[in-house]
Design a protein around this ligand. Structure first.
Ligand code: NAP
Length: 252
């Protein structure tokens, strides 16, 4: 099916999986709003897209902040066009064993992942419904299946799957699909920070993760971006409410 150029929003796109996804969607012909906490950080991804001949807009917004989200989506609609693609990728970790986990760390993680995805989805859906076409992709994780030290993150990532399926049910009749990508171990600043927190050199951490992964390597941000791009494509219009584990092996 020929590619139609749309306006896409990718949250947490200053670096890592979000940045690779923003670059991939731009390469696929879409105008991309690069949303991150700090507009200056978002600009590095937007600049890379423009240098490659694409269209991009850097937007600073905290996805857990209702007012900031409304303002960001309004700005994207005015400057790039009504958003038709949304990738809820922004994320944080606040790992700890349950008995040491603070309520603040619980709230922060649930806030960015779940509240963030809810606020962003609610803000863009009116544009998608009006156009009769939309694609929402939420970043879940293999941690949704349970992961030691990640009660908050596992709950958030399992919650992303329930949110995805409900968005698929509510928005399907308006031509809007919702799907989730659940990555395994991906080499980014997030996994680097985990290695630092547990005091393991990052190279050793990567080597161990590669050994544990059936395909014998860790994931790269572009591996995840490719799966997200499929769900955003014209071809994927009959695929909705699904969770795709992109983990170098069968993790679900
Ligand atoms: P990352 O390198 O830490 O990047 C996350 C980005 O999100 C950062 O640029 C961060 O900005 C931004 N962000 C954090 N809080 C935000 C907020 N409230 N509003 C807007 N932006 C915010 O993470 P990643 O590894 O690329 O992960 C991307 C997504 O994939 C996350 O949802 C993560 O949970 C999921 N995931 C990752 C892995 C993995 O192995 N890496 C595996 C499974 C799932 P700052 O730099 O300013 O904090």
């Amino acid at each position: 099916m020929p590619m139609t150029s749309r306006t896409a929003i990718v949250t947490g796109a200053a670096r890592g999986i979000g940045a690779a996804t923003a670059r991939r969607l731009a390469a696929d012909g879409h105008a991309v709003a690069v949303v991150d906490l700090d507009e200056a950080d978002a600009r590095s991804t937007a600049d890379a897209i423009e240098a490659a001949g694409g269209r991009a807009l850097a937007v600073g917004a905290d996805v857990a902040d209702e007012t900031a989200v409304a303002r960001a989506v309004e700005r994207v609609a005015a400057e790039l066009g009504p958003p038709a693609i949304l990738v809820n990728n922004a994320g944080i970790l606040r790992d700890n064993l349950l008995f040491k986990m603070s309520a603040d760390d619980w709230d922060a993680v649930l806030g960015v992942h779940l509240r963030g995805a809810f606020l962003m989805s609610r803000a863009v859906q009116s544009h998608m419904v009006e156009a009769g076409w939309g694609r929402i992709v939420n970043l879940s994780s293999t941690s949704a299946l349970g992961n030691r030290g990640q009660a908050n993150y596992a709950a958030a990532k399992a919650g992303m799957q329930g949110l995805t399926k409900t968005l698929a049910l509510e928005l399907g009749k308006f031509g809007v699909t919702a799907n989730a990508v659940a990555p395994g171990f991906v080499q980014t600043e997030m996994t680097k920070a985990t290695a630092e927190r547990i005091g393991v050199p990052f190279d050793d951490f990567l080597a161990h993760a590669a050994k544990e992964t059936p395909v014998g390597r860790v994931g790269q941000p572009e591996d995840i971006a490719a799966a997200v791009a499929y769900f955003c494509s014209e071809d994927a219009g009959f695929v909705s409410g699904q969770v795709l584990y992109v983990a170098g092996g069968p993790r679900a």
